[in-house]
Design a protein. Structure first.
Length: 152
């Protein structure tokens, strides 16, 4: 399956067979192995191993083996994510050290946003002052233009 702009941003929640919407963290807490996680997502999409196998150019037996794995290489995980239209990498989001990395990254981004917000506020204030200056200069120019001139 080809990576496109449409499937780059994959949802992190699923509608299960019974119609419930479940966040990826709820599923990943229920299952201990990445293979089980893949199986849960595939089943929530009503995909049998043979159907998923066709989507990833593999066999039913290989997909059944994937469901039992503790680990899955990143290339296969990406292929499965695209086939299932689901970010399977999210399985690791709440596990260490990924959770710490994400928290640090989030804090860093929040600090940048705060800094940029302050810069934007100051820049907006400067712009407003410049607009006021321009307005006053135009008023002064108009006044001087219309002011009666006296000859001495």
């Amino acid at each position: 399956m080809e990576i496109t702009e449409d499937n780059k941003e994959i949802l992190n929640a699923e509608v299960l067979k019974n119609g419930d919407l479940v966040a990826h963290s709820d599923i990943s807490e229920r299952v201990k192995l990445i293979g089980e996680f893949v199986k849960e997502i595939a089943e929530s999409k009503n995909l049998k191993p043979s159907s998923l196998g066709r989507l990833i150019n593999s066999t039913k037996q290989n997909v059944s083996d994937i469901y039992k794995r503790k680990t899955i290489d990143t290339e296969l995980l990406l292929t499965l994510s695209i086939a299932l239209d689901y970010n399977l990498f999210s399985f690791y989001d709440d596990k260490e050290p990924i959770a710490s990395f994400r928290k640090a990254e989030t804090l860093e981004l929040e600090a940048k946003v705060d800094k940029l917000s302050v810069e934007l506020k100051h820049t907006t204030e400067k712009l407003n002052l410049q607009e006021d200056t321009i307005r006053l200069l135009k008023e002064k120019e108009e006044y001087l233009k219309n002011k009666p001139r006296y000859l001495y």
